[in-house]
Ligand binder design. Structure first.
Ligand code: CTP
Length: 402
């Protein structure tokens, strides 16, 4: 990491003292760190302390002529590989979500074209507040990476809940994952994972048993190779892999909308178990038992995300990959699916055994002109092998297009 540079924005929260350790941890790995502190941050730790650890001056003032002539906010924003905001306070997230730029930290954030990693830290009620959650979802949808916040004791006596800043080592590891150069550096990947849920009424839904494990493993493996990964996920119990942007959705229609927003991408991998149908009538009130006996639920077909992403056009990813669960004639069915969906590759699971929900998988990788049976291996190993195949296809610049 000796050629990597991080711009660390420290905001005003009690967790700011941990940012001093974060600087040390990043430097241990050879990452050059430059620090910007907000005015509120300077109430918790001094620029002198941060400057001593970082080994250079700390930047604090947008309107200081000396600082502006020295480096200036535009250079600060651009001369780095990653911007980390730690701690990211509720106030700073609100400013960032709405594009305010009235101090050096917010102006730098608005001016940067680099990836941003935020480590939120605040009181649990402030974190849970609708305003903060709304701002957080805006930042996530904009592609900001997030680490934490964690659950635990707060600095305030007797307070506990979600809001603690992630530990310096966690933030460092998330940053290293984003800084890593791999064969997929510079490539954008879109992965769908998990089930979708389709509302019957406000309290009931149709769904399936997908755990999301294989899709999450693929997102993680692509990020490991340096790709900029967006994971559009239905509800799962899994944590977002390091360095991966996760967009949470519920229905198939939401998943499609999130995927379309995430484009352009170089590769799209549809691993989600999208519900094929949804209740055709959107019922806004809970269906009562006493009305007219057992209700009939009429269904309507959901959009096919894989087929939609595969449609020829300017926004079509260079490589579109689908999954297919088959119990027999795996290759024949998978080839038919390539044609039906218009995708480039199909990863066909043989689900005749105990693959569903388990830790292992057995797949056949079908491309336009080859079929490769992979031995049974863990879902993580399948993910790494698939990520390697994607890397060689994208770097060879010769994936077959429909
Ligand atoms: N898929 C999708 N959107 C849908 C349905 C499926 O993106 N509405 C994607 C899945 O993510 C997967 C592939 O399409 O990549 C699976 O296709 P599907 O036709 O659902 O195949 P199977 O689940 O194998 O079902 P079947 O064999 O019954 O067609």
């Amino acid at each position: 990491m000796s050629n990597k540079r991080v711009l660390l924005i420290i905001c005003g929260g009690i967790a700011a003292y941990k940012s001093l350790d974060l600087i040390r941890r990043l430097k241990e790995r050879g990452v050059a760190v430059r620090v910007v502190m907000t005015e509120a941050a300077q109430r918790f730790i001094t620029p002198l302390a941060a400057g001593a650890i970082v080994g250079e001056r700390v930047f604090t003032d947008l309107f200081d002529q000396a600082q502006e002539f020295d480096i200036g906010h535009i250079r600060l924003a651009r001369e780095c590989d990653l911007v980390i905001v730690a701690p990211a306070t509720a106030d700073f997230m609100a400013k960032a979500a709405h594009g305010l730029a009235n101090d050096l930290a917010s102006a730098v954030l608005l001016a940067t074209d680099k990836p941003v990693l935020m480590a939120p830290a605040m009181n649990p009620r402030m974190w849970a507040n609708q305003a903060t959650q709304h701002n957080f979802s805006i930042l996530q949808a904009r592609g900001y990476h997030v680490v934490g916040p964690n659950a635990g004791e707060m600095a305030e006596r007797g307070e506990a809940g979600v809001g603690r800043m992630a530990e310096p080592l966690e933030i460092r590891d998330a940053a290293l994952a984003l800084l890593k150069d791999g064969p997929l550096k510079g490539n954008r990947a879109l992965v769908t994972a998990g089930p979708t849920i389709e509302a019957i009424d406000p309290v009931r839904f149709l769904s399936n048993r997908s755990s999301g494990k294989q899709g999450y493993a693929i997102a993680a493996a692509l990020a490991e190779l340096g790709a900029d990964v967006t994971l559009v996920s239905g509800p799962t119990a899994l944590a977002a892999p390091l360095g991966v942007k996760r967009i949470n959705v519920e229905s198939a229609r939401d998943m499609l909308a999130a995927c379309e927003t995430a484009l352009p991408a170089d590769v799209a991998i549809c691993v989600a178990a999208v519900a094929d149908w949804r209740p055709s009538a959107a019922v806004s009130e809970k269906i009562k038992k006493d009305k007219s006996g057992v209700p009939a639920i009429a269904l309507k077909e959901n959009p096919d995300i894989l087929a939609t992403l595969s449609k020829p056009g300017k926004k079509r990813p260079k490589l579109v990959i689908g999954f297919a669960a088959e119990t027999n004639d795996v290759e024949t069915h998978a080839r038919a699916k390539i044609v039906k969906k218009g995708c480039d590759w199909i990863v066909a699971n043989d689900v005749s055994g105990d693959v569903m929900g388990g830790a292992d998988n057995q797949v056949l990788l079908i491309t336009q002109n080859s079929a490769e049976a992979w031995p049974r291996m863990s879902k993580d190993a399948v993910a790494r092998k698939l990520a390697a195949a994607i890397a060689s296809a994208l770097t060879a610049k010769a994936p077959r297009r429909k």
